[in-house]
Design a protein around this ligand. Sequence first.
Ligand SMILES: Cc1ncc(C[n+]2csc(CCOP(=O)(O)OP(=O)(O)O)c2C)c(N)n1
Length: 536
Amino acid sequence: MPTAADILAQRLYQAGCRFAFGIPGGEVLALMDALGRAGIAFHLAKHENAAGFMAEGTYQVTGAPGILLATIGPGVANAVNVVANAEQDRVPLILLSGCVDPDEAVGYTHQVFDHTALLGPIAKASFTLVDGAVEGTADKALAIATGDRPGPVHIDVPISLAAKQQPEPRAYRPPRRGAAAPAASADLLAARESLAKAERPLIIAGLEVLTQGAEAAVGAFAERHHVPVVTTYKAKGVIAEGSPLALGGAGLSPLADRHLMPLVEMSDLIILAGYDPIEMRQGWCQPWDTAETEVIEFTAAPLAHGVHESSLVFAGDIGAGLKTLSNDVKPNGVWSNGAPQAAKAGLAEAFRADEDWGPAAVVDQVRKALPETGIATVDSGAHRILLSQVWTCPRPRTLLQSTGLCTMGCALPLAIGAKLAAPERPVVAFSGDAGLEMVLGELATLRDLKLAVVVVVFVDRSLALIELKQRKSGLGNLGVDFGATDFVAVAEALGGRGVAVSDRQALDRAVKDGLAAETFTIIAAEIGAMAYDGRI
Ligand SMILES: Cc1ncc(C[n+]2csc(CCOP(=O)(O)OP(=O)(O)O)c2C)c(N)n1
């Protein structure tokens, strides 16, 4: 007969999970063992937070939920940041942890605190596994984690229950979701009329397009009706960024907003496609007035965020919704003033990448060296804002980053998970020097997993994004600068390759060598101080 841990692990396997990451403690040994028996490979990380991002990396590549295994107490406490990230970045993350048995908890205190209370505000749900109801809990956890707005779900597994035999479970049969297009209605007819009449329509596409797999529908709609598309950073590549209709990613750059906001203001019809404003900063709060602009929203489920208003909301299948809206509507001649093309040209000029050397040259040169099948990840900081404007995505899910929580220390572990799940694809992680120093230990994880990930670090010995804000606010320089790290020596000490570069040719060679190497490579790109001034 299977144990409770076996049933849980088998359920996760049946849901497509093949990877788990974490750090075991005595309280999760039976669970870790069961994961292996079920066909889910466990990988040891150096910190639970990074392990959670490795799990996300596998999700972004495979579509199956990520699994993080953490032990009681400190293990769960270390996972808090990545659970918050999974909530804000809409990542289906299953956090499995060990806990003492309820009867033991009455008279035992070592490492014991209420995991559920800690995770309550950030997890979508938190369960304690119950004897006799294991598969029911697993099925619920999976349904919640992968539901309309994916997110983290926590399952606490009491130590003795993990190893306790259970009756054979029911078969795992999650329901298939039928495509729910908007029904024929007066609202739909009104929306079609708005589209037919629109002279300056604009699509803003967000991450729900990815979670629903509606990229092709967005592209087809935009092409048919000649509608320009702005995406969030997460949705970059929903339409190939080489297309004349693609206006790139938005959300964190006031400089980019200077070119995009006039278009938003000029639009007479804004179509929101899976647009979740959790990725956007203040510039995108109340950016339109629905008394003046028609805003038609297609969303998985209605959002109550208060960040902007919509005139009409269709909740359900975003792709089917766009197709239904398009039906019988003849494409118009739109944007006769050429404003979208002017905005695209303005953005290209604002984020020029033809400098001899500097942060934009680094991004440009690596983009040229990385094949289109490649995956890039990027950390949080000034480098990420510049990169997200300069980097072009030929397809979605090829630039992974934390855009809801915007946490530092995500790029390296995201790259580890992505490379593990897709070893045939080249993977490059970009990070600021402070962000990389937060997760240096995971280079040892890269070494142990023998993954040829290339890590490009922008070396300026500064928390550049914060230093810039501090200086602009007229505050004195404090707590933002730090000493020089020899990243080449660090790479070599941890079993990888290290190269320091300060020109395009050396960078090009280092990326190509790194992608062909047997182990990881750190490329330390010296960009000098204050390299982002006036550029993000
Ligand atoms: C975990 C975490 N701590 C602090 C911050 C605030 N923060 C945002 S960007 C940044 C600076 C990052 O510096 P670095 O990694 O060197 O990148 P740069 O800004 O220099 O490109 C900081 C401290 C954060 N986003 N996440």
